[in-house]
Design a protein around this ligand. Structure first.
Ligand code: SDX
Length: 374
């Protein structure tokens, strides 16, 4: 066995998957063989969620059944609403999401059943309820009354409705739907690998998704969409952008929303999200962040040959939609639950305990001295 250390598992293939792949021949991220940007063009998020979980796109009967189940499972238990009401108002919503999914695990009658059928039912319940839990906290922390989910609304419309009490125009809902499609799945990223690692000990789906949420929170992963917005707010206006980015590069700062472990010449999700960011900016009649976006991107590519990742356009898009910045990564969560669940089920179906080795560099063997001799 080789003693070579591959820090960060860089370049290591640890298992097989059928869920997604970045296909070099079409230079695109694909879910179950379909290009993500094509799914954005032809499908609603619910269809893509079904695809990721069930391995194929639904026909209209299958979609209707899936949507009905999703809608029927949206509401939370009285207990979970109460817990959310009592959470510290200053909690980060990612911690709220993590805690909410954990509580769902306490309440779910099938928590200890990891059969494929039970896992599919539990995945759907977590998928349906997590947006409700987040929206409830969104309202509660600003002293507003919780808005219960509405069955007549789509997944995306309902999230806007539960947060703001109204559904925006259809172009805004479409842009949100597109962001969810692009965020749904990305192979063995940190949070998915976390979920698979937890699953590999034959632990349950609620635990695996709770761990995945904690992992997604970090700024090097999903948390980057919030950091992008903090950066843009700091830059404030397009006239400051060039000076700001040159200064950041001079200081060797990590510029959030740029770079990727897999894509080295651009994240294939970015052009689609950039287009919808532009549409939202036009509707909102606010081009400030778009101009800042373009200036920073141009310098990063020219000076460092580092391209933006999907978190770069989603950050300012969510801001223009009216979401608080600390809700950007939780929106990533409500989408990625689909990808995590598919990987958890895949791990269960062909499990091998994930247990790598470490190269030890601590003390040589030493004898224990009794307390009075130390
Ligand atoms: C997501 O894995 C996935 O699929 C994730 C994701 C998904 O859908 O699940 O796509 C979602 O997590 C997107 C990534 C969001 N993170 C950020 O935007 C944070 C900023 N990005 C970087 O920290 C970085 O690019 C990573 C963490 C994304 C990738 O890290 P790697 O592969 O470990 O690469 P690295 O940090 O070692 O960088 C290699 C070089 C370094 O320079 P050198 O030391 O070799 O001279 O590139 C430089 C880095 O300094 N570099 C950057 C940079 N990203 C890389 N320099 C400045 N700004 C950056 N953003």
């Amino acid at each position: 066995m080789s003693d070579e250390i591959k820090k960060g598992l860089l370049g290591i293939v640890v298992d097989e998957t059928e869920v997604s792949k970045v296909m070099p021949e079409i230079n695109s991220l694909t879910y179950r063989g379909y290009a993500a940007q094509d799914l954005c063009e032809y499908c609603r998020f619910e269809e893509v969620a079904y695809l990721i979980l069930n391995k194929d796109l639904p026909n209209s009967i299958q979609l209707r059944k899936f949507e009905k189940e999703e809608k029927n499972n949206r509401d939370l238990s009285k207990n979970l609403y109460e817990i959310i009401k009592h959470m510290p108002k200053k909690s980060h919503p990612m911690d709220v999401a993590r805690t909410a999914v954990s509580v769902m695990g306490l309440e779910d009658k099938e928590t200890s059943d990891s059969s494929p059928e039970a896992n599919m039912r539990k995945a759907l319940r977590i998928f349906s309820k997590t947006p409700t839990a987040l929206a409830a906290f969104y309202r509660i922390r600003s002293g507003k009354k919780i808005i219960k989910p509405k069955k007549s609304l789509s997944f995306s419309e309902n999230f806007f409705y539960m947060c703001f009490g109204k559904v925006p125009q259809k172009e805004i809902v479409k842009a949100f739907d597109v962001s969810l499609i692009l965020y749904a799945e990305h192979s063995f990223n940190v949070s998915t690998f976390t979920a698979r690692t937890i699953t590999s000990s034959l632990s349950d789906i609620h635990g695996a998704i709770t761990g995945a949420i904690a992992s997604l929170k970090g700024p090097l992963h999903g948390g980057a969409n919030e950091e992008v917005m903090h950066m843009m707010k700091k830059i404030k206006k397009p006239a400051n952008a060039l000076k700001w980015i040159n200064n950041a590069l001079k200081n060797k700062d990590v510029v959030m929303g740029f770079g990727h472990r897999v894509y080295k010449s651009g994240d294939s999700r970015v052009p689609t999200m950039r287009e919808y960011f532009g549409k939202v900016a036009k509707i909102k009649k606010d081009k400030t962040f778009e101009k800042i976006y373009d200036i920073v991107e141009k310098v990063m590519i020219k000076e460092k040959n580092i391209h933006p990742n999907v978190d770069y356009p989603t950050g300012p898009t969510y801001h223009l939609m009216g979401f608080d910045t600390d809700f950007f990564t939780p929106i990533f969560v409500i989408s990625r639950i689909t990808g995590w669940s598919a990987h958890i089920m895949e791990q269960h179906a062909a499990n091998k305990l994930i247990r790598p080795l470490a190269s030890y560099k601590g003390n040589k063997h030493r004898k224990v001295m009794q307390l009075n001799q130390r």
